[in-house]
Design a protein around this ligand. Structure first.
Ligand code: AMP
Length: 114
């Protein structure tokens, strides 16, 4: 598998504003934010889509969500509310084929999403 753009960010081959990192995941500012706060939480393991997730990835997926919640608290958006989004495949708008969780906050969000 060739390195995704996010793996290249993790390897510091592409510049990015990384705000969090641990053994399993890293998080950085989205280059094209759709809300005042827009971070991507990404597993270091390069999994192309949610369709490729295995039972063994249970801990990793839980860690992504828990990390997103911690970042939301740190950034002061937890009380007002925030949205977590994982797009799967082109029909849902996925453009980078390395799973990632969008953390969106700082404004009101409509439901259902567009
Ligand atoms: P998705 O459409 O769910 O696959 O989301 C991919 C996201 O990655 C989009 O919101 C892009 O703006 C973002 N993105 C793409 N390239 C970069 C980059 N080099 N640095 C930060 N965010 C990026």
């Amino acid at each position: 598998m060739t390195d995704s753009i996010f793996t290249k960010i993790n390897k510091r081959e592409i510049p990015s504003n990384i705000i969090y990192e641990d053994d399993l995941v890293f998080a950085f500012e989205d280059i094209n934010p759709v809300s005042p706060i827009h971070y991507l939480i990404v597993p270091k393991k390069q999994i192309p889509t949610m369709n490729d997730v295995q039972e063994d990835d249970k801990n990793l997926l839980g860690h992504i969500l828990i990390t997103a919640g911690k970042i939301a608290k740190e950034k002061g958006i937890a009380e007002d509310g925030y949205r977590l989004v994982i797009n799967c495949n082109k029909g849902a708008g996925q453009t980078v084929f390395h799973i990632h969780c969008h953390l969106l906050g700082g404004r009101l969000f409509n439901w259902p999403p567009g």
